[in-house]
Design a protein around this ligand. Sequence first.
Ligand code: PHB
Length: 392
Amino acid sequence: MNVKPRLALAALVAAASAATLISTSAVAQSPKLKVGLMLPYTGTFAALGVAIENGFRLYVGEQGGKLGGREIDFVKVDDESDPAKATDNVNKLIKRDNVDVIVGTVHSGVAMAMAKAAKDNGTMLIVPNAGADAVTGPMCANHIFRSSFSNWQPGYAMGEVVAKKGHKKVVTITWKYAAGDESVKGFREGLEKGGGQIVKELSLPFPGVEFQALLTEIASIKPDAVYTFFAGGGAVKFVKDYAAAGLKKSIPLYGAGFLTDGTLEAQGADADGLLTTLHYGDSLDSARDRTFRLNYAKQYKLQPDVYAVQGYDAAQMLAIGLNAVKGDVTKKAEFAAAVEKSKIDSPRGAFTLGKSHNPVQDIYLRQVVGKENKVIGVASKGLADPGRGCRM
Ligand code: PHB
């Protein structure tokens, strides 16, 4: 008998079983999923970035540290809420660190650069705050999702509220960048629909806090009401300065809810009574929210805010998509289909995504009572962003 074929056959069998072994162990320990967290860890939005990361990690922890069967490896970049550094920062995550998914960010200008890079490179992106209308408008893509809101949403809802209160002449004041402009645009739409008008749009560059001259101007215009978009450290200072200028007693101040979210400890009594609109509040009193708040407080010794919820829900959305593709994030169409048809079980109340991947959600009317944004009603039920111009 010729021994050569037998040897060759034995070698083939050995090679085949080695291959089987390798592929089985590769499945058993599929590589960690690299998640790039691009968030502000310094500057006026630093606390917002931390809350988003906390919320995201809380959900991952609740799932035993894995999403879609894969452990998570975090890579972090501090984007400093600086649009000028945004493209370099996001490219570090995509090209140097080779992340599978990017989660970020807070600032709309930075988020727009991230959405462009995500589109150009086909990288999965989940936006856990920044409301830039374009991200779920003209820049939408099947691998870009938002777990938060569009700037239009809380603004529009508050426009309707202020009009219903009978205020006719309103001054707006905000930072001059996409989020401020778009928040005011949404507000204008709701206000004008209800018969009110904006008599003056005031603004200052982001992240400036020199409000004095603008407050003097408001005092001289004497409008029926003021609408504002500020957040983080800037919101703390604005609320305090508005009260110190004596305006709180004479001209009612309204805002997108970021004005008083995560800020109440620092604002103290100066925030008392303020009315704002947002997709979360401190007194929802649902079983889902109670559990979330308890777990968050246990883990971080802090009360959660809207940013923590948005981070938590970004992780939930990632989990839904990953479960549908068994952890294979390259299957973008299947991933998107799963998230699109899901109901996200958020502490804010369950929500779905609109066709351009922005939450369709209730916008609550809240009032500051002590250290809480107490929910006193629903300003807009199931509000969908118009998502104008989205082409997937
Ligand atoms: C934004 O830039 O889109 C932005 C920043 C902070 C917020 C909300 C929106 O709290």
